[in-house]
Design a protein around this ligand. Structure first.
Ligand SMILES: [Zn+2]
Length: 344
């Protein structure tokens, strides 16, 4: 079968690899019908160091179950499933608490340890706990939006939850990538009154407005902080959804949060220590977030997707075949595409 392998910074290839197969008694084998390239894939694509082992990429997919091992109880061949970016047993203490990304038996797809979803097929460990069977056919028109439940829509929702978004709140979203755009959807869905998006790319801003953003802040750095504070009546915003992961983004987040406010960070952090700890302390800020338990959120978000109340699939602005994946990485890295869907 064909699969995507990252060999080094800027060096991603689609290659023939041994077919995915069932190994453990709790495995399922899934034929990928749609996968995608994630903003977080761009970090190793940019920064992978010489000597690091090659990595089979991809952690978001919808597919059809081809076969299950003897110990799988809730899934069968032919089921259409969405795969969260982490696998989990669904039975441990953390899974019961809805924090599947901390599952004591879990882990992540698209790592050195476990091959990823930018491929024709993949092995799913702990299939009963990991996969979510969808009540739709494989060619349903809602596929793009359902695919976002693998990661970006759940991640945007997690940012909103961690930032304590609620009815009447003033919210700022840092980042205009797919996660930032889904964070706008999530903030609107949870009742935010005012949603500011920090970004400057016209297509992305247009989409953010369509999703419910009420204000656009295109300044950067200190000027962005001043502008947000001015828009928020000088006090700052209740909730900041940090969807980038850089030190500058976190500094901005702390700068624009209102005293007593909360920051939900879902951009994978690429800095050692959280900056601006003094203002964060004196303003009584809550800083939360982390990898979203996407598996837990599917149940909550799915009805809104099925009813068309939210349309996170609109973040996909390019659809490619598996062989074009290297160009998909390039396009996302150069911000030519917001999010790329892959149809193997
Ligand atoms: Zn667990």
């Amino acid at each position: 079968m064909r699969a995507t392998v990252l060999y080094g910074a800027g060096d991603v290839r689609v290659e023939h690899v041994p077919d995915a197969r069932l190994i453990e008694p709790t495995d399922a084998l899934v034929a990928v019908s749609r996968a995608c390239i994630c903003g977080s894939d761009l970090w190793p694509y940019k920064l992978m160091k010489p000597g690091e082992p090659p990595r089979r990429m991809g952690h978001e997919a919808i597919g059809v179950v081809e076969a299950v091992s003897s110990g799988v109880r809730t899934l069968k061949a032919g089921d259409v499933v969405v795969m969260p970016f982490a696998y989990s047993d669904g039975t441990c203490a953390f899974c019961h608490e809805g924090l599947h990304t901390s599952c004591v038996h879990g882990g992540f797809f698209g790592t050195v340890e476990l091959p990823g979803a930018q491929a024709e097929a993949l092995r799913i460990p702990l299939a009963d706990g990991t996969l979510f069977a969808l009540p739709v056919g494989a060619d349903d028109a809602l596929m793009a939006s359902l695919l976002t439940l693998s990661d970006v829509m759940g991640t945007g929702h997690h940012a909103a939850r961690a930032a304590k978004v609620g009815r009447g709140k003033t919210v700022a979203v840092i980042g205009d990538g797919a996660v930032g755009l889904c964070a706008v959807i999530a903030a609107r869905r949870l009742g935010a009154e005012r949603i500011m998006i920090l970004g400057h790319h016209p297509d992305r801003i247009g989409l953010a407005k369509g999703f419910g953003a009420t204000d656009v802040v295109s300044e950067r750095g200190e000027r962005a902080v001043e502008r947000v504070r001015a828009l928020a009546g000088g006090l700052g915003v209740h909730s900041v959804l940090e969807c980038v992961g850089t030190e500058e983004a976190m500094r901005t987040a702390i700068g624009i949060a209102r005293a007593g406010g909360a920051i939900g960070r879902v951009g994978v952090p690429h800095y050692e220590a959280i900056p601006a700890s003094e203002p964060a302390f004196y303003n009584n800020l809550t800083i939360g977030g982390g990898p979203a338990p996407a598996r837990a959120y599917i149940q909550e978000l799915l009805p809104d997707v099925l009813e068309g109340k939210i349309e996170p699939g609109r973040v996909f602005d390019r659809v490619i075949g598996l062989d074009e994946v290297p160009d998909g990485y390039r396009a996302m890295n150069e911000r030519e595409a917001i999010k790329v869907m892959v149809k193997p």
